[in-house]
Design a protein around this ligand. Structure first.
Ligand SMILES: Nc1ncnc2c1ncn2[C@@H]1O[C@H](COP(=O)(O)OP(=O)(O)OP(=O)(O)O)[C@@H](O)[C@H]1O
Ligand SMILES: [Mg+2]
Length: 236
């Protein structure tokens, strides 16, 4: 099977810092993969490289078997990849509904309206449909961002810390939502520091440290891995 995402020996330098250092990573169609690692490991940089917000110094990135290295974020989102940000960035002065009109969908207006109605229902945003986005709670902003990504019906979505700053009750809803989205056929790569979220969601977990993939396996497997424990505990 062709992986939906293939990151092949990718390197990214910022001046003297090597933020991503020869990273290899694959996501198969329909998989939920967790990407974990200590602060500064290079996780967000990896997402920025995959989505075209940054260009790698070396290596290749392919989506569904087609190389996209160096392509613009706009072109990459059109080839079937969506993302949310570590800090949500909805258009604050627009309503929830208007935010969902922003993605450049390829379907006609009737289907666009139908998608908006369905996503507002599914992501518990129907009640705040006409509210301004900057009036939403932190959790609702994350759900709106997810809805905006799903408007484009991507093959793969990348989530950067969906649990950060979310109250536990809403987090259970978000976990259910992510699972449902995945069951509908979308592959997911999720960065998260909350290990209960990772263990609940992910079939496979990739551990990054200092820009590299240092371990990969089920949550149970990587939890018992000595290299992983050292990376998190700073070798103590
Ligand atoms: N635009 C940038 N310019 C310079 N250095 C950067 C830039 N973006 C990231 N870095 C550096 O690259 C390294 C990796 O950062 P990155 O944000 O990818 O880590 P992360 O794994 O997402 O961490 P966290 O878990 O804290 O979000 C860090 O040393 C960071 O300071
Ligand atoms: Mg980060």
């Amino acid at each position: 099977m062709t992986p939906v995402l293939s990151v092949d020996n990718v390197k990214k330098r910022f001046g003297g810092i090597v933020a991503v250092d020869g990273l290899n990573l694959e996501v198969e169609p329909g998989e939920i993969v967790g990407l974990i690692g200590p602060n500064g490991a290079g996780k967000t940089t990896t997402l920025n490289l995959i989505t075209g917000f940054l260009t790698p110094n070396e290596g290749r990135i392919s989506l569904n078997g087609t190389e996209v290295t160096g392509d613009s974020p706009d072109s990459i989102s059109k080839s079937g990849i969506g993302r949310t940000f570590q800090i949500s960035k909805p258009f604050g002065r627009l309503s929830v509904y208007e935010n969902l009109l922003v993605p450049n969908v390829s379907c006609g207006p009737t289907e666009q309206e139908a998608r908006i109605d369905r996503l507002l229902q599914e992501l518990h945003l129907e009640e705040v449909r006409e509210n301004r986005a900057d009036e939403l709670s932190g959790g609702q902003k994350k759900l709106l961002e997810l809805a905006r990504v799903l408007m484009l019906e991507p093959d793969l979505i990348l989530l950067d810390e969906p649990a950060a700053g979310i109250n536990p009750a809403l987090m259970d809803d978000i976990i259910d939502d992510i699972q449902r989205i995945n069951e509908q056929g979308t592959a997911i790569l999720v960065i998260e520091h909350d290990m209960s979220v990772i263990s609940e969601l992910c079939e496979r977990v990739v551990v990054m440290n200092a820009g590299r993939n240092i371990a990969s396996g089920t949550f149970e497997e990587i939890r018992g891995d000595e290299t992983v424990c050292e990376a998190y505990l700073g070798g103590t």
